[in-house]
Design a protein around this ligand. Structure first.
Ligand code: URP
Ligand code: ZN
Ligand code: ZN
Ligand code: ZN
Length: 499
C-alpha cells in the first residue's frame, strides 16, 4: 500500500497565476504544506521532482464513458476511461448524464452514478443533459442542483428527434438554469440543417465519412453558436459552448466575450490536435475513426487557430468529448455516414496534446496551460480551490510533469479500450511522470496503481462566483424600468368607425 504521506521535493510548482520552486507535502488526501525545504520525517514517500513541474491534476470537462449512443456502447467504461485519464495526467472527469426524451433526469442521474461509483479510479462529477422539456424536467433540475451536486446542464441543438430542443425550450431551460445558479451548456449545431444536409448528401451518392462533414459545414455550427448566445443573453444566463470545433464558431464566442457576455468556449483535444482532412481518406475505417459531432474541420489552419484563441482567453477550458467506439461499432455506418457512432478518443492524451501544440510552440506559458487544463474548469464548475490549485488545503490531485521528455502517442501503448488513436504517431514534448490522485500515487514511471472505486463523486454547489458574480450584479442593475409619463389624453380612433 502506498504511503498516504508524500513529499514532492524540488519541483517547480505551477499554478495558473504563479510558478515557484517548492516542496509539496501531502497527507490523507490533502495538500498540507507548500514551501521551500519542507522537513522530511521517516514514514514519508518522497517523490523527486527536480527539473520537473508540479501541476494541478488535469480536469477533463467533457467525457462520455460507457455511453450508449447510435446503437453502440462506448468501450471506455468508467474504469478503463479513468485509468487512462490518470496515465495522461488527468485526475478528474466531468461526464454527461444523457436521459432519453421522456426519461426522468433524476432516474438517469442515479443510473449513471451507480454505474460510475464502483469503477472510477479518479474523482468525477456529472453534467446532466436536458433532452426534453416539461414541469417534471424543471423540478428534476431543481432537485439535481439542490440535493445532488449538479450545477451544469447540457442542451442539444442537434440530433433532431433524439436529443434536440427547440428554441423556445432552450429559452425556458436557460431561464431555469439562471434561476438555479447553474451553467447552461450547449451542443451548438443546427439540427434541422444537418438533417436536410444529410438527406442531400445521401441522395448525391455520398455515403462515406466525408458526408458527415459536408452535411454540417462550419456555418451550421456558427449559426447555432450565435443563436445560443443570443437566447442565453436575453435571459442573462451564463453559457458554456461545449466542443467548439470551427474557426467560425470560435470567432463568435470570442466576439461575445469581447462584448462582455458571460460565455465560455471549450475546444477539445481532437480539435486542437488534428483536423477533418482524414474524412477524405480512402481507407473507410481510417476516416470513420474521426467521425464526431460537430466534425473536425478540413481547413488545416483550424487547430492552430483554436489554440491561439485558447491561449488568449477567447476560449476558456479544454475537454475531450472522449466517446470511443471500436471500428466494428463505427462499421454500423459503413454504407451510410449518418449511422456511424459519433465520438473520438482523447481523455489520455489531452494534456500532452495541449502541451505540444500550446506550450511547446510558444503560444501559451506553463501557467496558462494549468488554467486551460485544470484551474478554469474548477472555477467555472465551482470546484476551486479544492481542485485546480496547488495550495494548502486543496485536494492532493497533482501531476509531476516532465517538459523535457518526449513520447509518441500510439494505440500500441495507450490505456484506452479502443484499438486506434486519432493522434497516432504524434510526438509530444511534455510527459506526466507521476500522477497523484486523492493523495495516492496512482501512476509512476509508466505503471498504473489505480483501483476501481477509488475515485469519489464530487458535489458542485450552485452559483459559482467565477460565473455568477457578474450575472447577479447585472440582474440587480439592468432591470428595465417603465418610463413614467403623463397619461395620454388625446383622441383615440374608434374601432367601430373603421370600414
Ligand atoms: O460526437 C460526439 N460529440 N459524441 C458524443 C455526444 C456529444 O454530442 O457530445
Ligand atoms: Zn455534444
Ligand atoms: Zn488520416
Ligand atoms: Zn460530448
Amino acid at each position: 500500500m502506498t504511503s498516504t504521506k508524500i513529499l514532492i521535493k524540488g519541483g517547480k510548482v505551477v499554478n495558473d497565476d504563479w510558478s515557484q520552486i517548492s516542496d509539496v507535502y501531502i497527507e490523507d488526501g490533502k495538500i498540507k504544506a507548500v514551501g521551500i525545504n519542507l522537513p522530511l520525517s521517516g514514514d514519508v514517500n518522497v517523490v523527486d521532482a527536480t527539473d520537473k513541474l508540479v501541476i494541478p491534476g488535469g480536469i477533463d470537462t467533457h467525457t462520455h464513458m460507457e455511453f450508449s449512443f447510435m446503437g453502440a456502447k462506448a468501450v471506455d467504461d468508467f474504469y478503463i476511461g479513468t485509468k487512462a485519464a490518470l496515465a495522461g495526467g488527468t485526475t478528474m472527469i466531468l461526464d454527461f448524464v444523457i436521459p432519453q426524451k421522456g426519461q426522468s433526469l433524476l432516474e438517469a442521474f442515479e443510473n449513471w452514478k451507480s454505474s460510475a461509483d464502483p469503477k472510477v479510479c479518479c474523482d468525477y462529477s456529472l453534467h446532466v443533459a436536458v433532452t426534453w422539456w416539461s414541469e417534471k424536467v424543471k423540478k428534476d433540475m431543481q432537485i439535481l442542483v439542490e440535493e445532488k451536486g449538479v450545477n451544469s446542464f447540457k442542451m442539444f441543438m442537434a440530433y433532431k428527434d433524439v436529443f434536440m430542443l427547440q428554441d423556445h425550450e432552450l429559452y425556458l431551460a436557460f431561464c431555469h438554469c439562471k434561476d438555479l445558479g447553474a451553467v447552461a451548456q450547449v451542443h451548438a449545431e443546427n439540427g434541422h440543417l444537418i438533417a436536410e444536409g444529410a438527406k442531400k448528401m445521401l441522395s448525391m451518392g455520398i455515403t462515406g465519412p466525408e458526408g458527415h462533414e459536408l452535411c454540417r459545414p462550419e456555418e451550421v455550427e456558427a449559426e447555432a453558436t450565435q443563436r445560443a448566445i443570443t437566447i442565453a443573453n436575453s435571459v442573462n444566463c451564463p453559457l458554456y459552448i461545449v466542443h467548439v470545433m470551427s474557426k467560425s464558431a470560435a470567432k463568435i464566442v470570442a466576439n461575445a466575450r469581447r462584448e462582455g457576455k458571460v460565455v465560455f468556449g471549450e475546444p477539445i483535444a481532437a480539435g486542437l490536435g488534428t483536423d477533418g482532412s482524414h474524412y477524405w481518406n480512402e481507407d473507410w475505417a481510417h476516416a470513420a475513426k474521426f467521425v464526431m459531432g460537430p466534425p473536425l474541420r478540413p481547413d488545416p489552419s483550424t487547430p492552430g487557430y483554436l489554440m491561439d484563441l485558447l491561449a488568449n482567453d477567447d476560449l476558456s477550458v479544454t475537454g475531450t468529448d472522449n466517446c470511443t467506439f471500436k471500428i466494428c461499432q463505427k462499421a454500423l455506418g459503413k454504407d451510410d455516414f449518418t449511422k456511424i457512432p459519433n465520438g473520438v478518443n482523447g481523455v489520455e492524451d489531452r494534456m500532452s496534446v495541449i502541451w505540444e501544440k500550446g506550450v511547446h510552440t510558444g503560444k501559451m506559458d506553463e501557467n496558462r496551460f494549468v488554467a486551460v487544463t485544470s484551474s478554469t474548469a474548477a472555477k467555472i464548475f465551482n470546484l476551486y480551490p479544492q481542485k485546480g490549485r496547488i495550495a494548502k488545503g486543496s485536494d492532493a490531485d497533482i501531476v509531476v510533469w516532465d517538459p523535457s521528455t518526449t513520447r509518441v502517442i500510439s494505440a500500441q501503448t495507450h490505456h484506452q479500450a479502443v484499438e486506434y488513436n486519432i493522434f497516432e504517431g504524434m510526438e509530444c514534448h511534455g510527459v506526466p511522470v507521476v500522477t497523484i490522485c486523492g493523495g495516492q500515487v496512482v501512476y509512476k514511471d509508466g505503471i498504473l496503481h489505480a483501483t476501481p472505486g477509488q475515485g469519489r463523486y464530487v458535489h458542485r454547489n450552485a452559483f459559482s462566483e467565477f460565473v455568477y458574480k457578474r450575472v447577479k450584479q447585472r440582474e440587480k442593475v439592468n432591470k428595465p424600468k417603465p418610463v413614467r409619463r403623463v397619461p395620454y389624453g388625446g383622441p383615440i380612433l374608434s374601432v367601430s368607425n373603421q370600414n
